[in-house]
Ligand binder design. Structure first.
Ligand SMILES: [Zn+2]
Length: 269
């Protein structure tokens, strides 16, 4: 799409306005989350094209549905309103894909297909992470920490389960099926996108287990990834302070995208 095509710009804005209204109406995003997603959606729609935008929408729509189903069946996970996504969550998942689309737009045409593979792997990682968390919460037994395989409470950063991996794999397969149908991916790029998403998702768990900050609530004693619990500041017991759940997502989407580019250069050279 030509960025300077006014009619296309208008079309993007109308579609974004409709999606924003639905997101607010169904409490999928808060107000700042809507603003952040309009910015990301607009850049991906106008610089990447409608096909790239559909992939983003697929991730957002299916993640929101998965979260709604989980909340209805088993309730909140990390905090009281963890199902309403804010701007931090939107940027954590959408910033790296957007940067890849912008880089692809300003680079030479021969790098555009590479940017598309990187983009699909970052969105694939973000979607795999999200669906792994949501599906993993349905696992009937206790999940295990990826670093030492000890049983931990559900929702612990870095906890893995067979259900979680099935969820992650389903997410990246969904991205691939739609990308193929939209002409963004071909049969040789699909294994790259799936592998990169699985690598990104696994690294996400590693960083979550080993580096992410964890806190103990001073009131109820629960160990969480939130610096506040029971309306009070919690005590940090391990991890790096600035590495919160959003930072982990940001890093892992970048690693998922990077993994796709490395795999592509190894397999296609
Ligand atoms: Zn508490």
């Amino acid at each position: 799409m030509n960025f300077f095509d006014l009619l296309a710009q208008l079309r993007a804005l109308i579609i974004l306005a409709i999606i924003s209204t639905i997101s607010l109406r169904y409490h999928l995003l808060d107000r700042k989350g809507v603003l952040a997603s309009i910015l990301i959606g607009y850049l991906i729609f106008t610089l990447g094209g409608v096909e790239h935008f559909i992939i983003l929408l697929l991730f957002f729509g299916l993640s929101s549905i998965a979260t709604k189903v989980r909340v209805r069946e088993i309730g909140a996970n990390f905090s009281e309103k963890d199902w309403i996504r804010g701007w931090r969550n939107v940027l954590a998942n959408g910033l790296v894909p957007t940067l890849i689309i912008v880089s692809g737009y300003i680079s030479q045409p021969q790098y555009r297909s590479l940017a598309t593979i990187g983009y699909l792997a970052t969105v694939g990682t973000a979607f795999a992470d999200t669906l792994a968390t949501e599906v993993g919460l349905f696992y009937p037994k206790k999940p295990r920490l990826i670093t030492n395989f000890k049983e931990v409470a559900k929702g612990t950063p870095g906890a893995v389960s067979p259900y979680g991996y099935v969820g992650g794999l389903l997410a990246s397969l969904t991205i691939c099926v739609f990308s193929y149908a939209l002409g963004l991916a071909n049969l040789s790029s699909i294994p790259i996108i799936i592998s990169a998403s699985m690598i990104g998702m696994t690294i996400d768990s590693f960083i979550g287990a080993a580096i992410q900050a964890k806190y103990r609530c001073r009131v109820c004693g629960k160990i969480t990834e939130n610096s506040h619990h029971c309306n009070q500041q919690s005590e940090r017991i391990m991890g790096v302070k600035i590495i919160n759940t959003h930072m982990v997502n940001l890093i892992s989407t970048a690693i998922g995208g990077g993994a796709a580019l490395i795999l592509f250069s190894l397999l296609m050279s």
